[in-house]
Write a protein that binds this ligand. Structure first.
Ligand code: ADP
Length: 426
């Protein structure tokens, strides 16, 4: 079957570049189809002051980071922050306005997409509806004029890796969303790219399937050991998949680090709020003589006197009284404060208490991610064991204390992290 016939069959003649993009990328810069098991080199990627402009609109500025060969790096950030654009610049689907992108020592800026060795998996599966799974998988190799035997061998190998064997003779419409996405990944795999790019591949799937395919993608990446760039707006996906995460906001890199780095040492209040569920509470207050105060809340800090924004994660608000109390009596003396329960969210293993503290100044900001537990709250929150949450009622009075060693501090005007509170931990 030729490209023309395939286009006739699939009706893709005039659908433009988006649907055809995977096919364009199918043409790897390799003349021969070889055993799939043959390991190919995978270069690391270097982004050096990369920028992207559309006329006067700046979409990405000064993006600079490096990935290790074989590393799984997730680009995360709110919708419209430039993640997909950066990915498409790696694949050659967008030009690079400023700076350089390198794969190993090779500058990619002017390399045609088909010669970059980059495979891309899109959110829309872009499968050919009139081809079976087998034909969809084989198509990139057919385009490369691989022998029938090589096509069969490669398809079988990819089908084995992805568990697609029983589905090979089905058409896309006979597959579930998860199975279709697996075929789309398979069609990328069959081309043996040196670098993988995933653009929100799970967004069309329901929550349960997303969790399952997430595990599959992670296992697959470990097995293939290829440098992988993965775009998502979902911080949970980023945290569970990544070796390292690049957090973007408004086209600017906010922080690059391991999931643990981002969770325990956020570089600024944007990252602090964006990473973690529920979001970190930000409290504006004043430090005087090593003690931070905001209304009735007090905590010992190792910070100079002055105004500061304190960041507290839900698990670091200790409940000293009431069901599911987490602290022992010895800790009750220091800096306990009173709160009133304003709302209760029993979400499963943990429950979240929304708390009113007299005079407390909670900061709201832009980094709220819709759908996170507690994100509609402008209140301090504490977690209690899930079963204990059911015992709380709105209006209950409870006693709390913050873990001083786990508090974060941010500059009031720049939002950057300042020295951690007393005994700051890694
Ligand atoms: P994300 O993947 O983070 O949701 P995108 O990379 O798709 O964001 O888009 C980043 C920004 O670039 C958006 O504000 C979008 O409107 C803008 N953008 C994307 N493509 C174009 C284009 N062809 N012309 C002008 N602006 C564009």
């Amino acid at each position: 079957m030729g490209i023309d016939r395939a286009r006739r069959l699939t009706g893709l003649h005039n659908r433009g570049c988006f649907l055809m993009a995977p096919m364009i990328l199918a043409v790897q810069h390799r003349d021969q189809v070889t055993e799939h098991s043959q390991a190919l080199m995978t270069p690391g990627l270097t982004f050096d002051r990369v920028g992207k402009r559309y006329d006067q609109t700046v979409v990405l500025s000064d993006v600079t980071f490096t990935t290790q060969p074989g590393e799984f790096v997730v680009l995360v950030g709110p919708s419209g922050c430039g993640k997909s654009t950066l990915l498409r610049m790696v694949a050659g689907l967008e030009t690079i306005s400023e700076g350089t992108i390198k794969a190993g020592d090779r500058v990619l800026n002017d390399v045609p997409p088909q010669e970059r060795g980059v495979g891309m998996v899109f959110q829309s599966y872009a499968l050919y509806p009139h081809m079976t799974v087998r034909e969809n998988l084989a198509f990139p190799l057919y385009v490369k004029k691989a022998s029938v035997a090589d096509q069969q061998r490669a398809v079988q190998e990819v089908a084995d890796i992805l568990g697609l064997g029983p589905l090979l003779d089905r058409y896309p419409k006979q597959l579930s969303g998860g199975q279709r996405q697996r075929v789309a990944i398979g069609r990328c795999l069959v081309r043996k790219p040196e670098i993988y790019c995933f653009d929100e591949p799970l967004s069309n799937l329901d929550a349960a399937l997303r969790a399952q395919i997430r595990v599959d993608i992670k296992a697959l990446q470990r097995k293939l050991n290829k440098t992988t760039l993965y775009v998502t707006h979902d911080q949970v996906e980023a945290m569970t998949l990544a070796d390292r995460i690049v957090v973007l906001n408004r086209g600017v890199v906010q922080q690059v680090g391991t999931p643990k780095d981002l969770y325990t040492q956020p570089a600024n209040r944007f990252v602090a709020r964006f990473i973690g569920t529920p979001s970190m509470s930000l409290i504006r207050g004043v430090v005087a003589g090593g003690r931070f105060s905001s209304g009735a809340l007090h905590v010992a800090v190792d910070l100079p006197d002055g105004e500061v924004v304190l960041g507290v994660r839900v698990e670091d608000v200790l409940v000293l009284s009431g069901p599911g109390a987490t602290a022992d009596a010895a800790s009750q003396a220091a800096d306990a404060f009173q709160a009133r329960v304003a709302a209760v969210e029993p979400v499963g293993e943990s429950g979240y208490l929304h708390l009113e503290v007299e005079g407390l100044q909670i900061e709201s900001d832009e980094a709220r991610a819709p759908g996170k537990a507690g994100d509609g709250s402008d209140r301090l929150m504490a977690s209690v064991p899930g079963h204990a949450a059911f015992s709380y009622c709105v209006g209950d009075g409870i006693t709390l204390r913050l873990r001083p060693e786990r508090c974060h501090a941010f500059d009031v005007s720049s939002g950057r992290s300042v020295r951690r509170s007393a005994g700051g931990q890694a």
